[in-house]
Design a protein around this ligand. Sequence first.
Ligand SMILES: *[C@@H]1O[C@H](CO)[C@@H](O)[C@H](O)[C@H]1NC(C)=O
Ligand SMILES: *[C@@H]1O[C@H](CO)[C@@H](O)[C@H](O)[C@H]1NC(C)=O
Ligand SMILES: *[C@@H]1O[C@H](CO)[C@@H](O)[C@H](O)[C@H]1NC(C)=O
Ligand SMILES: *[C@@H]1O[C@H](CO)[C@@H](O)[C@H](O)[C@H]1NC(C)=O
Length: 339
Amino acid sequence: MRFSNVFRLSTLLATAAVQVTAVEYNVTVGGSAGLVFTPEFVNAQPGDSVFFTFKQKNHTVTQSTFDSPCQRAVGGFDSGFLPVSAENVDGPFPVARLIVRDTQPNWAYCHQANHCQQGMVFAVNPGDKFAAFKAKAMASGNPPVSTPPAVTPTPPPPTPTPTPITGMDHRIIVGGPGLLSFQPNNIVARPGDTVTFEFHQKNHTATQSTFNDPCKPLVSGFNSGFKPVGDGVTNLPTFTVPVNDTKAVWVYCAQANHCSSGMVFAINADMSGPNTFEAFRAKAMGSTSSSIPPNNVGSSSTGTSIPAPTTTNTGAAGRIDVRSVTGLVILFASLSFLL
Ligand SMILES: *[C@@H]1O[C@H](CO)[C@@H](O)[C@H](O)[C@H]1NC(C)=O
Ligand SMILES: *[C@@H]1O[C@H](CO)[C@@H](O)[C@H](O)[C@H]1NC(C)=O
Ligand SMILES: *[C@@H]1O[C@H](CO)[C@@H](O)[C@H](O)[C@H]1NC(C)=O
Ligand SMILES: *[C@@H]1O[C@H](CO)[C@@H](O)[C@H](O)[C@H]1NC(C)=O
């Protein structure tokens, strides 16, 4: 069992060196398995990551609470809707990453229509309560039944400690063979989340602009700089930006005419009104010029409390992100091959 090996090794490393090697869990959302997260829960340690790969249909992973399984938790994590068409069988698929902060239970569901009431729920560290959580979710779809008052009033449950806000990383695929796109191109993200641009083939940027000037750099906005990626490259460069608030963030690719070809991206664009993603993209496609930011080195996106991966090795099996803990960085790019 490679997984337990990875885990044992990471525990060993952690105890041996007071440095933590995080484990990564993969969860498939929807797809051929139906309205389900596969697996339905994971048991994880602080610093571990859960990568949600969204397959066909149109799902979310949204934090809720044990008591209200199908309601968004205030301040909780939310991937937003990540639709995948039935024709997309080979990917790339949208991925959202949840960074586990503690050993408390974290409850989640799919916010689409009545998927939750059909049992589409997920948990991190549920203990022995997952079945109860799922049953509660499924029961929440039924009209309330008038239950006779209980004879012995059950003592009120201990006030649950508020679920800690856990950051989520939204992975955006930039480019790829024959593609001038950000995928997905219009996401919802919360303060504390991060957005990681993963650069695929050709030579793109993720450069912040404004709604009014989609293809011009925002002065002091973020900029990944050009990330040329040749064919067949598997170790893809990434650029991570922390999400600081709920304001809309507008982004374009500064290469040649990519922006006016519609290669733009938005975080928290308005759902309706004048400033929607569609309006932004239409404006970009109507632009006659696109500018390259003066500082073409990637601006730093560090300084966040969300640990960003120091290495991202998308090609390797059993990916392990090694993070900086108390200022120490261990770089084991491909630890799994040792196992
Ligand atoms: C995905 O679902 C949401 C909520 O129902 C909806 O607003 C959105 O248009 C859907 N996207 C696609 C591409 O079907
Ligand atoms: C990437 O594009 C930039 C801007 O067009 C250019 O200066 C740079 O040389 C390109 N890099 C490669 C490796 O093609
Ligand atoms: C959030 O703040 C950091 C630090 O000021 C900055 O580098 C980053 O670009 C900001 N994120 C966004 C989405 O504007
Ligand atoms: C998780 O998914 C990634 C990307 O698909 C894959 O490379 C990796 O092998 C998976 N890890 C495990 C432990 O299944």
